[in-house]
Design a binder for this molecule. Structure first.
Ligand code: FE2
Length: 363
């Protein structure tokens, strides 16, 4: 087998560009249970932006806002609203990651950059992904400070986590006809392979449909499904995203939980809204999935979805969008052997998303 030219160790962080990073950080702290760990801003000598680093389990989110209007971050927010700018991937050698991906056709936005302070050296390099989204290669093995140079640790409250353990996968929506371009890009430029694909036959309802391909890296640590809209009678949820995000971008981030019942119970208590499926879904799934030792009444009570494939089963649930625009949302997923993405749930999910779209007048 050929050597993996891009040995990704995992997700390092996800950076969101938002209108008000202080309030976004507060939201992700008080609802999703992320603990603020580091901050950059005027008081740390950073004159153009404020950034908050939040952690839970192995997941790390960064929320960043500009201090003024004539700034790339402010323009990004004006166009896209709050959303994911950068997907940080942990690599052993940023120089090599940039060189190897560039050789294969990546657009390099930031060459390898080493920044030093008294805590060591932090190395990054950035390539373009779909729309205005980027992949940032990160090597922090020689850095021992708070996140990166320019950040100072926050002495925050003790963690009030909800049991989110890690990022499972990150999904991007692209325009009709672009899914195969990006699947090929992942194969050629990043050395990923296609884990599975769904066609509009698999994922369609009376009104809308989507096609999806899941790309996975060599170590299996990172999975990136890519969705494109398919023809439907009315506007699909993918088109709605593209209209309101003003282009391709990250549609949802799936987070692993070791106990989805407890996680969802706590998130509901903290007023996170989840998509609802009709009760008939559970009658249908009881037959499709059979007895896997889960409590069906509890699943239905909490609105948790279930799907089964040859390797095992999974439990999952999707939040409503987490900003005013119907764009980014989150998924909580608990895997029991299954490496899939809940294809059996897509149709049930579409029906419930369409019910919400109809309420917004976008169907
Ligand atoms: Fe997902």
């Amino acid at each position: 087998m050929a050597e993996d030219f891009l040995p990704i160790k995992g997700y390092d962080h996800v950076e969101f560009y938002v209108g008000n990073a202080k309030q976004a950080a507060h939201f992700y702290d008080k609802t999703f249970g992320f603990k603020p760990v580091a901050k950059a801003g005027l008081e740390t000598g950073c004159r153009d932006r404020a950034s908050y680093v939040m952690e839970q389990g192995n997941a790390r989110f960064v929320f960043t806002s500009a201090y003024g209007p004539d700034h790339e971050i402010a323009r990004h927010c004006a166009l896209h609203g709050d959303g994911v700018k950068s997907i940080g991937l942990s690599v052993p050698d940023v120089d090599r990651a940039i060189a190897e991906t560039k050789k294969r056709g990546a657009t390099v936005l930031q060459q390898t950059t080493s920044v030093k302070d008294e805590h060591g050296t932090y190395v990054t390099g950035t390539i373009k992904y779909a729309g205005d989204t980027v992949f940032r290669f990160v090597d922090r093995k020689n850095y021992h400070g708070a996140f990166a140079p320019g950040f100072k640790p926050i002495q925050a409250h003790g963690p009030l986590p909800v049991g989110l353990a890690a990022i499972d996968h990150i999904v991007t929506n692209v325009y009709l006809g672009e899914m195969n371009f990006w699947a090929k890009w992942f194969e050629e430029v990043m050395g990923f392979s296609n884990l599975c694909g769904f066609t509009d036959k698999d994922i369609s309802t009376e009104y809308s449909a989507l096609m999806s391909k899941v790309m996975e890296n060599g170590t299996g640590k990172c999975k990136f499904p890519i969705n494109e809209p398919a023809e439907g009678k009315k506007k699909s949820q993918i088109e709605e995203f593209l209209d309101y995000y003003y282009g391709p971008g990250v549609q949802h981030i799936a987070m692993n939980s070791g106990n989805i019942y407890d996680t969802v119970t706590e998130l509901r208590r903290r007023d996170i809204d989840f998509l609802r499926v009709p009760d008939t879904y559970y009658d249908y799934m009881r037959k499709r999935v059979g007895d896997v030792g889960e409590d069906w009444d509890k699943l239905q009570d909490l609105g948790i979805l279930i799907d089964r494939d040859d390797d095992g089963y999974l439990l999952q649930i999707f939040t409503a969008p987490v900003q005013d625009r119907p764009t980014l949302f989150f998924e909580v997923i608990e895997r029991h052997g299954s490496r899939g993405f809940g294809i059996g749930n897509f149709k049930a999910l579409f029906i419930s998303i369409e019910a919400e779209q109809a309420l917004r007048g976008n169907l």
